[in-house]
Design a protein around this ligand. Structure first.
Ligand SMILES: [Zn+2]
Length: 226
C-alpha cells in the first residue's frame, strides 16, 4: 500500500509538477517564499500549558505554527493527508524539529515521539498515517508507535468539545506489539498534525500515563485551540 502510494505520488508529480498550495507557483508543494512568509513563533509562545481541567493528562503542547494566522497551512495539511505529498511532511517535520531544538527541557535527553494512531480501517483507506510519516522525518528523535486505535471514531472536525471527548472514550490503548521500557530521563511527545481542542492528545496521554509514563507532551504542526 505504501509503495503504491509512493508510486502514485511519483507518477502524479511527473505528469502534474508540484504547485505551491498557497501561491500556486510551480516547483514545490510549499514554495520557499511561502515557507519564509509563515508566521513562525518563538518557542516561548509555542509552548502551551493547557489551562483546561478536561485536559489534565496532557502536560503541554509544542506547536510550530498558529493555524488561524497561517491559512496556507490548512491547505498544506489537507494536501498531505489526502494526496500523500511527502515533500510537505518533510517541511512540517523540519519546523517541528526546530521547535524541539529550541526547547530547554529536552536538552541532554532522549526524545521519544509517539504518533497518534489511526484505526486500521482508516489506515487502509489512506495507506499511511500522516502523524507517523511526519514523526519519522523529525531529526534527533526516536519514533515508538506505543499506541493503537481500537475504535474507528467519527471524524472529530464537526463535533463539539463534549462530543469529541465522548467520541474518543476507549478509542486508544497500548500497542501490545510495541515493547518500550519507560525511562524517566526520556521526554515523551505525542505527534499529530493539528491540535484543535486537544481531546485526541489528551486521550492518548491518559493511556500513556495509566501505563506509567509520568509526563506527556503534544507536538503538532499547528494549533487551532484558543
Ligand atoms: Zn508559494
Amino acid at each position: 500500500m505504501r509503495f503504491i502510494n509512493a508510486l502514485k505520488a511519483f507518477i502524479l508529480n511527473t505528469l502534474f509538477p508540484p504547485v505551491c498550495v498557497s501561491c500556486k507557483k510551480e516547483g514545490d508543494f510549499l514554495c520557499m517564499d511561502c515557507l519564509n512568509s509563515l508566521d513562525k513563533k518563538k518557542i516561548s509562545q509555542s509552548y502551551k500549558k493547557i489551562d483546561d481541567p478536561d485536559l489534565h493528562h496532557l502536560d503541554g503542547v509544542i506547536y510550530a505554527l498558529d493555524y488561524a494566522k497561517n491559512p496556507q497551512i490548512q491547505a498544506a495539511i489537507k494536501q498531505l493527508k489526502y494526496k500523500f505529498t511527502q515533500d510537505l511532511a518533510k517541511h512540517f517535520a523540519d519546523m517541528m524539529a526546530l521547535k524541539l531544538s529550541e526547547l530547554n527541557m529536552v536538552k541532554g535527553h532522549k526524545i521519544i515521539l509517539i504518533p497518534v494512531p489511526l484505526h486500521k480501517k482508516r489506515l487502509n483507506e489512506r495507506g499511511f498515517n500522516q502523524a507517523e510519516v511526519i514523526a519519522k522525518l523529525i531529526d534527533n528523535a526516536e519514533v515508538i508507535p506505543m499506541l493503537e486505535r481500537v475504535r474507528n471514531t467519527k471524524q472529530q472536525a464537526r463535533l463539539s468539545k463534549k462530543e469529541r471527548h465522548e467520541n474518543l472514550t476507549g478509542a486508544f490503548r497500548l500497542n501490545k506489539k510495541c515493547i518500550h521500557k519507560y525511562n524517566s530521563e526520556n521526554i515523551y511527545f505525542l505527534v499529530d498534525d493539528v491540535c484543535t481542542t486537544g481531546s485526541t492528545l489528551e486521550k492518548c496521554a491518559e493511556v500513556l500515563k495509566k501505563n506509567g509514563i509520568e509526563k506527556v507532551y503534544g507536538l503538532v504542526i499547528a494549533r487551532a485551540f484558543k
